[in-house]
Design a protein around this ligand. Structure first.
Ligand SMILES: [Zn+2]
Length: 338
């Protein structure tokens, strides 16, 4: 189906969305060996490697793009290319997230990495652009919260420095379930100093307790969060606080945090009145786009076209886009619900 209405992606990782052609070219330039003889073989490898045993194995797949994104020019290029692709898919708004501390293996500082991404954003957006973009900076969990405390604190400070200049907030991403989300409270205590908008990865490979932990940080958005369905009290809390879940169905199935589209709790959460949204997570590593996700939502998960539009209204409402643009997107979606 075309789904030709203003679409929104709130949960999209830059390093998981580098075009295969670009990865191929960057690898050649950097002398990085790829697990294929030619570009077609590499594309096949990306598709077949999308399925993993768990979310942590899935995260290991990021090592390849990360190796290739250690120079500012590369970060600028992949940001520009991703935004151009999103605009061609008819998105009205996307929040692209990345962890600046993962790009400092050579000369770049976290600040340099953010500037490189913002340059790519500016190059992609012109006067006539129909898409708006927000950049989220991810603090990282590597399992031990004290391991990269300084780097995570720096991410919050850099986000504050660039807030309103393209950066719209922060996130906590990485290895879920290896230590409690509550161990990362220091990130959000720092974020509180600057009133940073926030979202937190939780309730995916870790259970409902991680969502409770995330809510304690004052977030009104949860990355994934589908496992909230396992805790009726938590559902009440999500409803009462109007929390929005950024659900990424295909990614959840690939990481085996849900067994199938048919048994995924997205529709059950929607029917309970929870503000759910549909997102891609990683366009290349998960090999999906929003149109694909909407198609499976209708064909396999029990949604109607109007439900998809309602979830886009949820996404617009919870987004960190400027109020005027938000109103415009919500109004245009409202008018097409039948
Ligand atoms: Zn994610």
């Amino acid at each position: 189906m075309a789904h030709d209405f203003p679409k929104i992606d709130l949960h999209l990782h830059l390093d998981g969305s580098v075009l295969p052609e670009t990865m191929w070219e960057l690898a050649k330039k950097e002398g990085v060996l790829l697990p294929a003889d030619d570009l077609d073989g590499f594309k096949d490898y990306l598709v077949t490697s999308a399925d993993c045993r768990n979310v942590n194995e899935y995260l290991e797949r990021f090592e390849l793009p990360l190796q290739l994104l250690q120079e500012p020019e590369a970060l600028t290029r992949v940001t520009r290319e991703l935004i151009t692709l999103l605009e061609s898919h008819g998105l009205a708004y996307a929040e692209i997230r990345f962890a600046p501390q993962l790009h400092t293996r050579r000369k770049m500082t976290q600040k340099d990495a953010v500037e490189a991404v913002l340059s790519g954003m500016k190059e992609a957006l012109s006067e006539g652009s129909r898409i708006a973009i927000g950049i989220l900076l991810c603090a990282m969990s590597f399992g031990d919260a004290s391991k990269n405390e300084q780097e995570n604190l720096e991410t919050a400070r850099v986000a504050a420095d660039y807030l309103g200049q393209g950066v719209v907030g922060i996130d906590l991403a990485g290895y879920e379930g290896m230590c409690p989300v509550s161990d990362f409270a220091y990130v959000f205590t720092e974020a509180d100093k600057y009133n940073l908008p926030r979202t937190v990865h939780a309730g995916d490979s870790a259970g409902p307790e991680s969502v409770w932990d995330a809510l304690a940080f004052g977030t009104r958005r949860i990355g994934h969060g589908h496992r909230s369905i396992e805790d009726p009290k938590l559902i009440e809390e999500l409803l009462e606080k109007g929390v929005t879940l950024e659900v990424c169905p295909t990614s959840n199935i690939q990481c085996q945090t849900q067994a199938s589209y048919e048994t995924h709790p997205l529709k059950a959460l929607f029917d309970l009145g929870v503000k759910v949204t549909i997102n891609t997570d990683n366009m290349v590593l998960a090999n999906v786009d929003l149109v694909h996700e909407y198609d499976v939502a209708i064909e396999k998960m029990g949604f109607t076209k109007d439900d998809i539009i309602r979830m886009n209204i949820n996404a617009a409402s919870a987004s960190f886009m400027p109020e005027a643009k938000k109103r415009k997107v919500i109004d245009s979606l409202d008018t097409i619900i039948t």
